[in-house]
Design a protein around this ligand. Sequence first.
Ligand code: ADP
Ligand code: MG
Length: 210
Amino acid sequence: MAAVRLHSLQAWLREFAKLIAENKDYLTQLDSAIGDADHGINMDRGMRAVVTVLDNEEFTRVADLFNKVGMTLVSSVGGAAGPLYGTYFLRFGINAGDVAELNAARLGEAFLAGLEGVVARGKPEPGDKTMFDAMAPATSAYNAAIDSGHELAGALQQARAAAEQGRDDTIPMLAKKGRASYLGERSIGHQDPGATSTALLFAAAAAALP
Ligand code: ADP
Ligand code: MG
């Protein structure tokens, strides 16, 4: 079975940073409708800081790489999304452990640990109109695909598609968490910014990990 090596995981992070930079204005525009117009700015600041780390430090263990990435996001991003993505990557790294590569099944366990970190931190429930609504279906789709015998690349494509569907499915939801929840009914009809950046996270995985 194909293994995901450390340099591929770094490529995933670089690709996520690139997609965030390309979609910075779009993410901020989505956040201006139901939040405070900073999601693109927040994520771009954080992922730029992550790229600086990747450019300047050598990593030999998955746990060390993601510990540093998580800490960088927590410390460089204000707002809800920084600590949530920071926790995602911290838990991803702890689950992955002191290894130099992950097979496809272990990658799925690390995705799940990251998701559980977001749940522990933000207490999102399905349908609350948050990043969870893209992250949970993507994680389930990936693990279901691996369990049913798909190769890494195919499973990542399914995760990407599920994240994009989950993102789109946030549009009719009424926000129950975060700033958007202050709007109540007026949050209906708008796509969640965090679910949109999470779709980029899985698009980056599908592009860079196989
Ligand atoms: P802030 O809301 O502090 O301005 P951002 O704009 O960067 O932070 O991020 C907003 C996104 O964070 C939302 O679109 C939503 O997806 C996510 N979010 C907010 N609160 C929670 C929560 N409690 N659990 C999960 N995700 C959340
Ligand atoms: Mg915001």
